[in-house]
Ligand binder design. Structure first.
Ligand SMILES: *[C@@H]1O[C@H](CO)[C@@H](O)[C@H](O)[C@H]1NC(C)=O
Ligand SMILES: *[C@@H]1O[C@H](CO)[C@@H](O)[C@H](O)[C@H]1NC(C)=O
Ligand SMILES: *[C@@H]1O[C@H](CO)[C@@H](O)[C@H](O)[C@H]1NC(C)=O
Ligand SMILES: *[C@@H]1O[C@H](CO)[C@@H](O)[C@H](O)[C@H]1NC(C)=O
Ligand SMILES: *[C@@H]1O[C@H](CO)[C@@H](O)[C@H](O)[C@H]1NC(C)=O
Length: 568
């Protein structure tokens, strides 16, 4: 761990009052894919930000809770910006709670949906009931916005939405095929400089090691001896850090959609390349599932070809379509403002569709229509965000992910643009669809000259009080199943890896009743699956089960939770 000089306590700008947060943060879906086209998965949270007067508040233990709709209560919790300085100013973390439905609660279950930059409060608003059903109502589900994220002293790189829009206008978040690298890099440098200028006093303090300390402080404030936790995606890194920093405090603890903590805390571009080893498999799988389902279920399956045996054609149709856009982008003319659909847009749409098997039919339909009409409207309708005027400040999620990722990892082996772009080429070799998108959108780290006050880079094998449930999905496009196996290995007997056969990100990308049962048994009965545990594919994504249910959890529930999970 590294430790840096403390921070002057006079600096009071960290605890901002609610009144200063003029705009509710509009949280953006994508980590690496911050192109506007992904925003469709988000109902603008500003819309729900209208005053719900009069607010009811009550005191419970160490917290004052306020009704925040749908049976949820919200609170805040103060932590020192610098855990190693007793005079430190405070961060105010945003909390949300969904109480156990069983009469006797087994205690708090903390949830992180990933990112970095993902809001736990927002996730619980959208899918807290699903998490609660997954554990049969036995826990109080607690979402928290990690420091720097969401409502927890969000890193704001711009003064307001107007400034933010002015900066972002017409600037893609990833480099398109053949685009000018120097121009793109300059924008990344400008973005990093802008964020650093605005937030330099507290940027060193948002690394995951500090988040783990916050989580332990929350445990204590909730009066719990151990921490029960579910972390998806990047949340698995918070989990890995926590269980190794506080091994005696590990309760029922699940990580799903795992990062390999040694890679995530290492070289940025190695992380990118190692993350994408199954992304392109997902496209092939989408193709074969489409062919198997046939034209009635998947628009890209052709009647004539469906009867032929063997030869796959849908995946190659998709790839050819995307490649053709390099030479000839499409216009979407049935839009209020005519827009252009480029190879970058569709690659991003494709990449994001590999995250959730439930999206495959819609993706196939949009591509099929684009091929038939030669216009991009179906793609725009399915993937693009229309109007962000309701929520003018779009930057928090986007802005919060860079500092955290760039601080947690490093780019020692790629210290200049030429070298960075060589690293991107290696990532493109791993995934032609996502390598350039992810590698170039992370380019900000090259210019992020902030050093973490504290980094946790191992060891990963501390002896934990309870064993961790490690879940990995075989077809995961960004956190490959190999990471989960590796984490089990790194943890040397302190975790058990459950292999989930499914496409999409985390075990929620293509759920199975079998895996949901494993999760429930672990959280409700404390029963770990045996070593080598696995659950098979249960359905074709183009033909999802109508009556899927495990206990009270339905197929639609899981799809809703999957939408709310962050990509990393
Ligand atoms: C309040 O927090 C303290 C420590 O910060 C803890 O010991 C105590 O159990 C908490 N009280 C409740 C009711 O949770
Ligand atoms: C059927 O698949 C073959 C390749 O296997 C392809 O050449 C042909 O164009 C396809 N036909 C239709 C109607 O899509
Ligand atoms: C760029 O960085 C690489 C390694 O990161 C180094 O080998 C190379 O000399 C650097 N090039 C320049 C122009 O500094
Ligand atoms: C990409 O893969 C090709 C073929 O395997 C190889 O020749 C090339 O060196 C690789 N490029 C990079 C940058 O790794
Ligand atoms: C953890 O791994 C390190 C390095 O491999 C080793 O020296 C140490 O003994 C291990 N610790 C435990 C608790 O097994």
């Amino acid at each position: 761990m590294e430790k840096q000089a403390g921070l002057s306590p006079q600096n009071q700008k960290f605890t901002r009052s609610a009144a200063r947060n003029k705009f509710k943060p509009y949280v953006v879906f994508i980590l690496v894919l911050t192109m506007l086209c992904y925003l469709q998965f988000w109902q603008p949270s500003c819309r729900t930000a209208r005053a719900q007067a009069p607010l009811k508040t009550y005191r419970d233990g160490n917290f004052t809770w306020t009704d925040c709709g749908s049976g949820l209560t919200c609170s805040t919790f103060e932590v020192p910006v610098d855990w190693h300085n007793s005079d430190s100013p405070r961060f105010k973390l945003a909390l949300i709670r969904l109480k156990a439905t069983k009469k006797v609660s087994k205690g708090a279950l903390f949830v992180n949906p990933g990112g970095p930059g993902g809001s736990g409060v927002d996730f619980i608003k959208r899918a807290g009931d699903v998490v609660s059903k997954m554990v049969d109502g036995h826990y109080d589900i607690i979402g928290f916005d990690p420091r720097g994220v969401g409502d927890s002293n969000t890193i704001r790189c711009f003064e307001d939405g107007i400034e933010s829009k002015k900066f972002m206008a017409n600037r893609p978040q990833a480099l398109g095929y053949g685009d000018n690298v120097a121009n793109f890099a300059a924008v990344q440098e400008a973005f990093a400089s802008q964020c650093i200028r605005k937030n330099k006093d507290f940027l060193p303090y948002v690394s995951t090691a500090s988040v783990a300390r916050d989580l332990d402080a929350l445990r204590e404030a909730f009066g719990e001896d151990v921490t029960n936790y579910i972390g998806f995606s990047y949340g698995t890194f918070i989990g890995a850090v926590y269980v190794n920093m506080f091994p005696d405090r590990v309760g029922r603890f699940m990580v799903d959609g795992c990062l390999d903590p040694s890679l995530y805390s290492g070289e940025n571009l190695k992380l990118v390349a190692s993350s994408l080893i199954h992304t392109d498999d997902g496209i092939d799988a989408m193709g074969s599932a489409c062919e198997a389902a046939g034209p009635e279920k998947c628009a890209l399956a052709r009647k004539s070809n469906n009867s032929l045996s063997g030869d796959s054609y849908v995946a190659s149709t998709i790839r050819k379509f995307v490649n053709n856009l390099i030479e000839k982008p499409l216009l979407a003319t049935n839009q209020p403002v005519i827009s252009v659909v480029t190879e970058l847009d569709v690659s991003g749409f494709l990449f994001s569709s590999t995250y959730k098997a439930a999206l495959w039919p819609r993706f196939a339909e949009a591509i099929d229509e684009a091929i038939r009409t030669g216009r991009g409207d179906a793609i725009v309708d399915a993937s693009m965000q229309r109007d962000t005027d309701l929520c003018p400040l779009v930057e928090p999620y986007l802005a919060a992910q860079s500092p955290i990722m760039c601080l947690d990892g490093h780019h020692d082996e790629h210290q200049n643009l030429t070298s960075w772009m060589q690293g991107v080429d290696e990532a493109i070799n791993v995934s032609s669809t996502a390598g350039r998108i992810m590698g170039t959108s992370m380019m900000r780290c090259l210019y992020w000259n902030v050093k973490a006050s504290e980094r946790y880079t191992g060891p990963w094998n501390r002896t934990t009080k309870n064993k961790v449930l490690i879940v990995g999905a075989t077809g995961d496009p960004v956190t490959p199943v190999e990471n989960a196996a590796r984490l089990e290995e790194l943890m040397e007997g302190n975790g058990v890896f459950h292999k989930h056969y499914g496409w999409g990100h985390c075990s929620l990308g293509q759920p199975s009743q079998c895996t949901l049962q494993v999760i429930k048994k672990y959280f409700v009965d404390g029963e770990l699956p045996p070593k080598g545990s696995n659950c098979p594919f249960e359905y074709n994504p183009f033909d999802p089960p109508v009556a899927f249910s495990e206990g009270e959890v339905s197929y639609d529930d899981i799809a809703r939770a999957a939408y709310a999970i962050k990509p990393f």
